[in-house]
Design a protein around this ligand. Structure first.
Ligand code: GAR
Length: 212
């Protein structure tokens, strides 16, 4: 059975969705860069080992990432799953885990890379928002895309309502992506694009606002 390690920085609701999804893998540990991350307690309540590697204990990104990698490698995971891990990782770190490091980002990549995606979507008047699970590469928020979910932006939406509705979808697609990974159902083609070995057909469009 494959083994994963999950990295968090905060609430850890995506981590919780992964812990509760009965994935066909062992969740070896949850690691946080913040000792006060709420998700650490949730992980402990689920009987999962936790560790903290605080970025504040290091003077530069390189030494933090080296220590983080050492902690991760102690669990010998097949995949490293970033679930609301809010640190930019150095190319050295990312290159150490090529094809093994995945992230969930709250936008339909490659649109809205970086921070404050919900606020920027609202500011731009965009009608469809979403989230993306992707492999992490040294190019921030640009790695091969595994799965995306789209939601309509509704009249009266605030950053808060939009984030909450999107999180519901994040909690659906992230466990699916990790399930595929652990079952070896994902392959990268020569364009660097992700293909599923047994793709399901999706037969409808999301139109927002709806047609009359
Ligand atoms: C999620 O919305 C996730 O997509 C986002 O942080 C939130 C974490 O929530 N990740 C990023 O912005 C990464 N750049 P959670 O701690 O409740 O899972």
């Amino acid at each position: 059975m494959k083994k994963i390690v999950i990295l968090i920085s905060g609430v850890g609701s995506n981590m919780r969705a992964l812990l509760e999804a009965r994935l066909p893998c062992t969740i070896a540990a949850v690691i946080s860069n913040r000792a006060d991350a709420e998700g650490l307690r949730t992980a402990q309540q689920h009987g999962i080992a936790t560790a903290v590697v605080s970025h504040q204990d290091f003077s530069d990104r390189e030494s933090f990432d080296a220590s983080l990698a050492q902690t991760i490698d102690g669990y010998r995971p097949d995949f490293v799953v970033l679930a609301g891990f809010m640190r930019i990782l150095t190319p050295d770190f990312v290159n150490r885990y090529v094809g093994k490091l995945v992230n969930i980002h709250p936008s339909l990549l490659p649109a809205y890379t970086g921070m404050h995606t919900h606020a920027r979507v609202l500011q731009d008047g965009v009608k469809i928002h979403g989230c993306t699970v992707h492999f992490v590469t040294a190019d921030l928020d640009h790695g091969p895309i595994i799965i995306q979910a789209a939601i309509p932006v509704l009249p009266g939406d605030t950053e808060h309502t939009l984030a909450a509705r999107l999180l519901d979808q994040e909690h659906r697609v992230y466990p699916q992506a990790i399930r595929w990974l652990c079952q070896d159902q994902i392959e990268l083609d020569h364009h660097g694009h992700v293909n599923l070995r047994f793709p399901k057909q999706v037969g409808y469009a999301l139109i927002s606002p709806g047609l009359e």
